[in-house]
Design a protein around this ligand. Structure first.
Ligand code: ZN
Ligand code: CU
Length: 485
């Protein structure tokens, strides 16, 4: 048994920390330690917490292509929930389109359905645990391509059987991306009918809402309505007010969440700790004649491309000058040349970010896009260290214990991850040991590919995966399947 001595232990519940020794016996936490220590780590001056659970990721393919998952595990993350924003790992043909956008030069293995995907992860485990959401957009694309129509009976059956296949393979829920093609063509009723298949299964509904700008409140109402009518828990993805005209609306969207909770709806949200978002360029460039979804061309910066490395890091306004075209036309030109390009949008207010973070309905999710070849949003690496170092320690937005709860015990409960997110006897030993005085994100928008500082040791299922800040190359991650009811 390995014993971690003298750490200040945050157990994930949000209660104040206490100093005591923690044992790791196989893949489980042992408390009190009893027995004999075969190895010891002196953790004097360090904090011990459950491994961070990143509830909002797009690591479906990275988990296979970059199995060391260094960009996550070096930041203390031990579990990633993949399949967010309606973008899932199956059916394969449709999933592969997204995979090629995020990983343009990689060779992808293929798989059949969600069962095939999780089976592949079982056989080639990454360094972190993976929980899977079924992506509605991917299902819809498989059933009806880019059709704007309501699904026919037969098309509905294709979507339902694919959703059921995912749920039987252990998926934790269904995600939508109602801003993206083809998710945006789905009416509320379509999603209710699909989500209702999850009633009483323990699976949840996670949503990138239809509009995070001036129609934020309508979008939150729709998300809650879907949860109530389908009878399933709701997770609002990356809660924010995007675009200057929408700033301040989060006060009301938080009030709407509270009101729904008082009615008994199981609704919460996640957030990444930055005033910039990131997505695929195609989601930002509107119809011809329409501007960038109420964003300025200055505020939208190319993050990754397939073949235009010199565009990365430049705003559309700057590229328009280089290309000698008006910005609107330049945006269209860039999209035509790079259909899979991703962008960073400087679109939020710091006040709103803090208002959302303080609220007890908010857990932490990075929404990182693992375009490792480009200049991804620094949230990919730094989200958890930034919440702990910048927002909890330096700005004292909330206590360290509360911040840790929002990334451990709270998401574990919401996503049904039994025995995780908690330091107690018998829980799974997903653990992170860090220096509370120095932990901080280190990436910037100019140089995002940097690991956070202050993370000393990370254990995944009891296996040491970060040792003295370095990756041990252990691949101890597991697929976290929903407990079947
Ligand atoms: Zn999203
Ligand atoms: Cu996302």
């Amino acid at each position: 048994m390995l014993v971690i001595r003298n750490a200040l232990v945050f157990d994930g519940s949000g209660t104040p920390p206490a100093a005591f020794d923690v044992g790791i016996d196989g893949d489980r936490i042992k408390l009190p330690i009893g027995g004999r220590a075969t190895a010891e780590i002196d953790a004097t001056g360090l904090a011990l917490a459950p491994g961070f659970i990143d509830v909002h990721t797009h690591d479906d393919f990275a988990a296979l292509l970059h199995p060391d998952m260094a960009f996550k595990v070096r930041g203390g993350v031990t579990t990633c929930i993949v399949g967010n924003c309606g973008m899932g790992a199956a059916p394969f043909a449709e999933a592969a389109v997204l995979a090629r956008a995020f990983h343009p030069h990689a060779t992808l293995p293929d798989w059949h359905g969600y069962a095939g995907y999780v089976d592949l992860l079982d056989r080639h485990p990454p360094s972190v645990n993976v929980g899977v959401l079924v992506g509605h957009g991917t299902l819809r694309m498989a059933a009806m391509k880019r059709s704007r129509a309501e699904p026919s009976g037969a098309e509905f059956e294709v979507m339902k059987s694919a959703l059921n296949e995912g749920l039987e393979a252990g998926a934790l829920g269904l995600s939508t991306g109602l801003i993206y093609e083809p998710g945006r063509y789905a009416r509320t009723d379509e999603i209710v009918e699909l989500a209702a298949l999850m009633r009483d299964t323990g699976a949840l509904y996670a949503t990138h809402m239809r509009d995070e700008g001036v129609h934020l409140l309508d979008s939150v109402a729709e998300a809650i309505d879907i949860g109530e009518r389908a009878g399933v828990p709701v997770q609002i993805s990356h809660h924010k007010a995007s675009g200057r005209d929408a700033w301040g609306l989060v006060t009301e969207s938080l009030a709407a969440i509270e009101a729904a909770q008082r009615r008994g709806v199981d609704v919460h949200a996640d957030q990444y700790p930055y005033t910039a978002g990131s997505t695929i360029l195609s989601a930002v460039v509107g119809a011809p004649g329409r501007d960038l979804r109420n964003l300025a061309y200055d505020d939208v910066v190319i993050a990754s491309t397939r073949d235009h490395k010199d565009w990365e890091g430049q705003s559309i306004a700057a590229l328009a000058t280089v290309l000698g075209r008006p910005p609107q036309e330049a945006a269209r030109y860039i999209l035509a040349a790079e259909p899979g390009a991703t962008v960073i949008m400087h679109s939020m207010s710091e006040d709103d970010v803090r208002t959302v973070m303080r609220h007890r309905s908010t857990m932490i999710g990075s929404d990182g896009i693992p375009t490792l070849e480009g200049r991804p949003h620094p949230r990919l690496y730094g989200t958890f260290a930034r919440v702990l170092g910048h927002y909890a320690r330096d700005l004292q937005l909330f206590t360290m214990a509360e911040a840790i709860h929002r990334m451990t015990g709270f998401p574990a409960r919401k996503f049904g991850l039994a025995d995780r997110g908690s330091i107690r006897d018998g829980a799974i030993a997903d653990l992170v040991l860090f220096d509370p005085d120095t932990i901080l994100d280190c990436g910037t928008f100019e140089e995002p590919n940097r690991y956070p500082q202050g993370i000393a040791q990370v254990f995944v299922n009891g296996v040491q995966t970060i040792a003295d800040g370095a990756h041990t190359q252990a691949r101890a991650g597991r697929v976290l399947r929903r407990a079947m009811r």
